[in-house]
Ligand binder design. Structure first.
Ligand code: FAD
Length: 445
């Protein structure tokens, strides 16, 4: 096989898809908007998880150094980018794998979301992880913080605030019961010492009749809290961390200078439908005070890419030609009711905010198998080599970053980290990264 595939996005999904395809003899060009590869493994995973981040980065480096993989960073593909899908086709790429993730904020559209003190978890994560385009955001955290959502990202936010901001109280709100929390013990551990177990117990007791109505109990939830608590240290910051259940936010209430001061919740009941437990508003409301509100309710894909979007994901075909394990990886155009033949999608671009890196890898490998099945149906064996295809792409007015540039950047960041005695050092702007690469290239040659 001598096929040529463009993978758009070099987060975990793009990298593992590239590895899978390259191992099958396909030539792959990885186009990445960020200068550095890794996606949310670089700019999402909590900075203190050094072992995990270093382990992943070592794997990613091996993939980018594979002979049939070519990395091009600092270039955006899609309708609003520098390279369009049609230009990739014309250049000789036979298939396109979209792995651009889901990094756009999801909002509920509630009154008051524009008040001061109302933030999205993504923005905070990208700021503390130094994602170049989002590092300059300013936050003014108060003392009484409400977080909407009960997943791992919520816990990362609680961890960050405890470590760096020392608020007095943080309360996470779930629209369903404790059985619906989506975090794991390991992520809970760093903040488990701050849990206000008495308050959480009374929140669960309050929800108990509703939980009982759908056959749910909180035994596993309390076991998880106890396990994390056992492994955790005392809460040195003095912060208390609570959780409340069966509450959906309906309105954010501000003061005369436009700062959020309270949040109105509708209290939910739980109903069973098609095997799922769903929250349904009861028409009863409760207002609680909060001077900071953080929405941690997942993300959505970028509509600027130019592919059809539904419910925060790029739309996949309901009738895929190459399903893998019953899953469709083929981008679908609902207006024309046709599959976009050569465009495939996987990772968080296919299912926004779904799962951790291991799941993105599985999805990427299945998506790559779908592409291989598609490539086998192509009649003529293509002759395009990577260099020829890249030569046919339009000139772009940005400096793209390739593997030799990355090697320089990685070495420099490691050197600075060592000099400063830090576990990790990151340049926090694209300009700083490009300048460092240029300077080092001139010095070397
Ligand atoms: C706050 C947070 C904490 C997390 N913590 C953990 C954890 O501890 N452990 C764990 O296993 N998982 C964790 N995850 C989940 C993990 O990060 C995701 O599962 C994984 O990153 C999804 O991979 P992806 O490749 O689909 O998307 P992403 O990682 O988002 O990668 C998308 C890539 O596409 C690029 N891109 C976007 N648009 C374009 C474009 N138009 N053209 C070219 N390139 C483009 C981006 O630059 C990026 O490199 C966390 C996620 C978040 C948000």
């Amino acid at each position: 096989m001598n096929y040529l595939v463009a993978v758009i996005g070099a987060g975990p999904a793009g990298l593992y898809a590239a590895q899978y395809l390259a191992r099958q003899g396909v030539q792959v060009v990885l186009f990445n908007r960020d200068i550095k590869p890794g996606g949310l493994a670089e700019y999402g995973i909590f900075p203190d998880k050094h072992k995990m981040r270093t382990g992943l980065m070592a794997q990613f480096k091996r993939i980018i150094r594979m002979p049939s993989v070519r990395y091009l960073g600092n270039v955006t593909v899609g309708q609003s980018g520098q390279i369009k899908f049609d230009q990739l086709r014309r250049a000789g790429f036979q298939a396109i794998m979209v792995t651009t993730g889901a990094q756009e904020n999801n909002w509920l559209g509630l009154p008051g979301e524009d008040l001061d003190g109302v933030y999205h978890a993504n923005d905070i994560v990208f700021q503390y992880n130094q994602l170049p385009e989002r590092v300059d955001q300013q936050f003014d955290f108060g003392n009484e913080i409400a977080v909407i959502g009960v997943g791992n990202v919520m816990l990362d936010i609680v961890h960050y605030l405890k470590r760096d901001q020392h608020p007095g109280e943080m309360t996470a709100y779930a629209r369903r019961g404790p059985g619906a929390v989506k975090f794991d013990t390991q992520t809970l551990e760093p903040v488990a010492g701050c849990l206000d177990l008495t308050a959480i117990k009374s929140a669960v007791d309050e929800a108990a009749p509703t939980l009982k109505s759908v056959g749910e109990d909180a035994t596993d939830f309390f076991l998880m809290l106890a396990e994390a608590r056992e492994k955790s240290q005392d809460c040195a910051s003095g912060m208390t961390f609570r959780m409340r259940f069966l509450r959906s936010p309906r309105r954010l209430i501000g003061d005369e200078i436009g700062r959020v001061r309270a949040i109105e919740f509708e209290i939910n009941e739980l109903v069973q439908k098609d095997g799922f437990i769903l929250a349904r508003g009861t028409g009863q409301y409760e207002t609680v005070s909060a001077d900071t509100i953080i929405f941690s309710i997942g993300s959505q894909v970028d509509p600027g890419l130019g592919l059809p979007v539904a419910q925060g994901n790029y739309l996949t075909s309901p009738e895929p030609r190459f399903p893998i394990d019953g899953i469709s990886y083929e981008v679908y155009n609902p207006d024309l009711c046709v599959n976009c033949d050569d465009i495939f999608v996987c990772g968080w671009a296919r299912l926004a905010s779904e799962g951790i890196v291991g799941l993105a890898r599985k999805d990427a490998e299945r998506g790559a198998r779908a592409i291989l099945d598609y490539l086998e149906t192509l009649m003529s064996k293509p002759q395009t080599e990577i260099e020829d295809a890249l030569g046919r792409l339009p000139e772009i007015d940005k400096r793209m970053v390739d593997l030799p540039d990355l090697e320089i950047l990685w070495a420099l960041e490691n050197k600075i980290a060592l000099e400063k005695g830090l576990p990790e050092f990151k340049f926090s702007s694209n300009e700083a990264m490009l300048e460092a690469i240029e300077k080092e290239s001139i010095r070397k040659y």
